[in-house]
Design a protein around this ligand. Structure first.
Ligand code: KIV
Ligand code: NA
Length: 275
């Protein structure tokens, strides 16, 4: 299993970190078997597997439910779990209790939370309590209603400067890695160079120390809209719908099940059982 020390070493040695967002036992198992470095149990599960239209409805219990399934599927992969909407804003006490619950019950290796300057105290508190934190700046989907939509961040000089300052602030606060979502490649490159901790990009170009994509996006599984930054490496939608259509057809025409799928007994034990 990777540790945050080995992730740091990968940055220093310029070996890219491959991270995947996964939400359940089979996807976690496949990710571990495929040598993924880090699994993220992202709150994007709200949209991708629960069918909500944003990450806002996702709860601490949802994260725990999925986090536990992922850890059962990938016991030997460094796993990060997202703190969901408003689970780290109400009070320090509430934040620590939520973090404790997610960290203890899932058995994950770190928590991730969205935000810059406004979460540096929280990063310090969790780190002091023994919970490693991955930070996340740029496009932060939990703020979608304040940001006014999902769009690229850091496109003005002022915004770019703010993102660089936020990146330094979360590192200073003790974050072990930083996710950069939807920022221009050059800016992600400057941040990557300025920081000691690894940067993991999504829609942030190739200079980052690592990349993260959602399992369902890269496999084209259950998603119908694909963002500019996603590359479909597979097409499970097509595989699954072909298989299902084939199944329905064979049931209708009674070519499934065949003998090989069927249990038999010696006919004599059925004596007297026919109506
Ligand atoms: O929830 C998620 O999947 C994420 C990644 C896209 C970084 O936060
Ligand atoms: Na997330």
């Amino acid at each position: 299993m990777k540790t945050h020390r080995s992730l740091l070493k990968m940055k220093q040695e310029k070996e890219k970190i491959a991270m995947v967002t996964a939400y359940d036992y089979p996807s976690a198992k496949t990710s571990e078997q495929s040598d993924v470095d880090v699994i993220l149990v992202g709150d994007s599960l709200g949209m991708v597997v629960l069918g909500y239209d944003s990450t806002i409805p996702v709860t601490v219990d949802d994260m725990i439910h999925h986090g536990k399934a992922v850890k059962r599927g990938a016991p030997n992969t460094y796993t990060v779990v997202d703190m969901p909407f408003m689970s780290f804003h109400i009070s320090k006490e509430d934040t620590l209790l939520n973090a404790k619950k997610i960290f203890q019950e899932t058995g994950c290796q770190a928590l991730k939370l969205e935000g810059g300057h406004e979460v540096t105290d929280t990063i310090k508190d969790l780190t002091q309590a023994g919970i490693p934190v991955v930070a996340h700046i740029g496009l932060t989907p939990q703020q979608v209603n304040v940001m006014g939509g999902y769009r690229v961040q850091g496109k003005t000089n002022e915004d770019a400067k703010r993102l660089i300052e936020e990146a330094k602030a979360v590192e200073e606060a003790g974050a072990i890695a930083l996710v950069l979502e939807c920022v221009p490649e050059k800016l992600a490159g400057i941040i990557t160079q300025e920081l000691n901790i690894p940067t993991i990009g999504i829609g942030a170009g190739k200079i980052c120390d690592g990349q993260v994509l959602v399992y369902h996006d890269l496999n084209q599984y259950g998603v119908d809209r694909i963002a500019k930054f996603v590359k479909p490496f597979g097409n499970l939608n097509q595989e699954a719908s072909q298989a299902l259509k084939h199944y329905v057809k064979e049931v209708k025409e009674q070519s499934f099940p065949e003998k090989g799928h069927t249990y038999t007994v010696d006919e004599s034990i059925l004596d007297g059982l026919y109506g």
